[in-house]
Ligand binder design. Structure first.
Ligand SMILES: Nc1ncnc2c1ncn2[C@@H]1O[C@H](COP(=O)(O)OP(=O)(O)OP(=O)(O)O)[C@@H](O)[C@H]1O
Length: 262
């Protein structure tokens, strides 16, 4: 699938109503193919809802294009080959093994009533290895810690090998080492395969370290979007998170946030 020059994901005027409530209003954003977009915002701002709309899991008004194709007109298999999504806290089948759950990511490539191929198994094993999960391969999901479960959800999404990768808070339950491991792996895959990555991350410094661009959501709307340094300002954090911070440039040239006690 050629991605050169094309936007990976485009949302234009996206709106979502849930239970009669307007949860998203007129949100427009573009993530260039091969780039990393961080969606940030306070609790309840609409980040997860936007991710679910982009993934095609929610009915929306407006337009979402995945590699130029309208997301709501894709057949499920087509969509699954184009976009992989790791939700924030999915319901997991407790009796399924780590390996079998991760292998589900290969479903869009396995023919109906067909079996997985050697390649499907090799991809699955490689992802489990890289996420430090190989030793848990036979363990049931119900017998994992929170952070291990979170890595398994990410594994399933990576096993899907879709060019658009959407991750809702992929690091919340992870210790520092695993946070770094997961984000570095995602970044390596992004660079190697030109993946378009969209994440929500509450740790704004972490988000700033990895993202090329940011979308700041507030009350269901896009409050700001653009290069990380332009969106992540002390004023914006005060206005939209109610937090006092100092934003300083780190050694990597990216903004680092320090919480200031009132
Ligand atoms: N089914 C629903 N019906 C009505 N309102 C909903 C429904 N699901 C979510 N909402 C509301 O939509 C708003 C946006 O929710 P969303 O989960 O997208 O926020 P978020 O920015 O991801 O928040 P968080 O940082 O807490 O995960 C919230 O106010 C939430 O209460």
């Amino acid at each position: 699938m050629s991605t050169a020059g094309a936007p990976g994901v485009q949302a234009r005027g996206v709106g979502v109503r849930l239970d009669g409530r307007e949860v998203l209003r007129d949100v427009s954003v573009t993530a260039a193919a091969g780039s990393w977009l961080a969606v940030i915002g306070a609790n309840g701002a609409g980040k997860s809802t936007l991710l679910r709309a982009i993934t095609g899991l929610l009915p929306y008004s407006g337009e979402v294009l995945l590699h130029g194709r309208p997301a709501d007109r894709l057949k499920p298999r087509e969509r699954a080959r184009l976009v992989a999504y790791a939700p924030q806290s999915p319901e997991l089948p407790g009796d399924t093994s780590v390996y079998d759950y991760a292998l589900l990511g290969r479903s869009p490539y396995i023919r109906h009533f067909g079996r997985e191929t050697r390649h499907d198994r090799a991809v699955t094993e490689s992802v489990l290895e890289r996420l430090d999960l190989a030793r848990f391969a036979r363990r049931r999901l119900g017998r994992l810690s929170g952070g291990e479960r979170q890595r398994v959800v990410l594994a399933r999404a990576l096993v899907q090998q879709a060019p658009v990768l959407i991750l809702d808070e992929p690091t919340t339950a992870l210790d520092l080492g695993h946070q770094q491991q997961v984000l570095e792996l995602v970044d390596r895959l992004r660079l190697a395969d030109s993946l378009t990555v969209i994440t929500t991350l509450h740790d704004l410094t972490l988000a700033a370290q990895y993202a090329d661009s940011m979308l700041l959501m507030s009350d269901g709307r896009a409050a700001a979007s653009g290069p990380v340094g332009e969106v992540l300002t002390e004023e914006a954090v005060a206005a939209h998170f109610g937090a006092r911070v100092r934003v300083a440039e780190g050694e990597d040239g990216r903004p680092h946030l320090f919480l200031l006690r009132p």
